[in-house]
Design a binder for this molecule. Structure first.
Ligand code: NAP
Length: 344
């Protein structure tokens, strides 16, 4: 039985972790931290978990965590996990951070895009937690940086084309996300009257997921790869749809392209390459750990168009974090994750 702790348990990714882990037979939720709800039972904060989680929320206490947990999920704003990672590792407790603290191969990149007073990872060695690409490294990891939601949809969408040397090194990415991507802390822009019946771009050409996407695409492409990334906020609760436009290096039929993608993901339970002419939607993966990929070739302009959809809270966060935990503890990778998408 794996003893689990969740820090920042009352946030959207925290409650999603508890929803998923409540149906995971090899896990026991032992520790939940909260600043604002400590002393309350979790099910009293989130009625959707009534009867599933009676664990009491507590102030964050590292000694209690080390005593009671084998693995900790940090569902906190970026910058916190880094303060406790060394202590946890030294005490043999594994860490899966849903924030950005451990996503970067080069700490300087993290320091350039995220506030931090640190200059390096110290004694902590970390792995980028995208199982379909980094499974072998994740197996032996003590610390996993769980990928961001946009990067997950983009990297899974482009990996076969980059590994197949099919596309040029100039990629335009247009992504749309549901409001839960911003977390549950109240912000004017996320209020119903502000975002309902509206779609708007934000952080154009300066979103913090750009360096993460470029890191992983460059690793796959074996050369420095730059992207033009435009995120959009859409009036839905959950879901991410990313559309990538890439110049083709050579003429290729949609049948051959589809074959390359299907072969690349043939052993991947959570990635589904849709039939030729079929396009993904956020609704088709809602509440599940699946990523749906659609392909199209614009022959007139020699452009590959890749479309990729995920649920930002599941494959984009908590589901992927549980997938990583399963790999780190040698548990069947899909355990607790066979949720069927919710439709309609
Ligand atoms: N939402 C997504 O789709 C998504 C996807 C991928 C990655 N992520 C990342 O996952 C992390 C959590 O995101 P989220 O959406 O769950 O955020 P959230 O809904 O805002 O929840 C964060 C939780 O952290 C606790 N917290 C906030 N500030 C804190 C502080 N200063 N000290 C200690 N605890 C604090 C709060 O719990 P209490 O008030 O109970 O203390 C809050 O419930 C973030 O790093 C985010 O970037 C989110």
């Amino acid at each position: 039985m794996v003893r689990v702790g969740i820090l920042g348990a009352t946030g959207y990714t925290g409650v999603e972790l508890i929803r998923i882990l409540s149906n995971h037979e090899d896990v026991q939720i032992k520790y939940l931290s909260s600043q604002n709800f400590n002393g309350k039972k979790f099910e009293d904060v989130y009625p959707s978990l009534k009867g599933f989680c009676k664990v009491e929320l507590q102030e964050l206490n590292i000694d209690d965590i080390v005593e009671n947990c084998d693995v900790v999920f940090t569902a906190l704003p970026s910058g916190y996990a880094m303060n406790i990672a060394e202590k946890l590792c030294n005490c043999g407790v594994k860490l899966i951070d849903l924030g950005a603290d451990f996503r970067f191969d080069d700490f300087k990149t993290y320091k350039k895009w995220y506030e931090t007073d640190k200059d390096d990872y110290g004694s902590v060695s970390r792995v980028y937690g995208l199982p379909e690409i980094h499974r072998q490294e994740i197996k032996n990891a003590m610390v996993v940086g769980n990928p961001g939601c946009y990067p997950t949809s983009v990297i899974l969408g482009l990996a076969p084309a980059l590994k197949g040397e099919i596309i040029e090194n100039h990629i335009i990415i247009d992504s749309k996300s549901g409001v839960s991507g911003a977390g549950h802390s109240p912000k004017l822009g996320n209020m119903y009257a502000e975002c309902n019946e509206s779609i708007k771009p934000y952080n154009v050409a300066k979103h913090r997921h750009i360096p993460e996407i470029e890191q992983e695409l460059s690793n796959l492409n074996c050369e420095d790869t730059k992207v033009i990334f435009t995120p959009h906020l859409t009036p839905m609760t959950r879901g991410i749809l990313s559309t990538m436009y890439c110049k083709l290096k050579k003429d290729i039929s949609i049948e051959s392209l589809h074959e390359i993608y299907s072969e690349f993901y043939k052993d991947e339970y959570f990635v589904k390459v849709l039939d030729i002419g079929e396009y993904p939607s956020t609704k088709s993966v809602y509440g599940s750990n699946f990523c749906h990929i659609g392909l199209e070739i614009d022959k007139r302009t020699g452009t590959l168009i890749v479309m990729s959809s995920i649920d930002n809270l599941v494959k984009g966060a908590s589901g992927q974090a549980v997938q990583n935990m399963n790999i780190m503890f040698g548990i069947d990778e899909d355990k607790g994750l066979k949720m069927v998408p919710v439709f309609p």
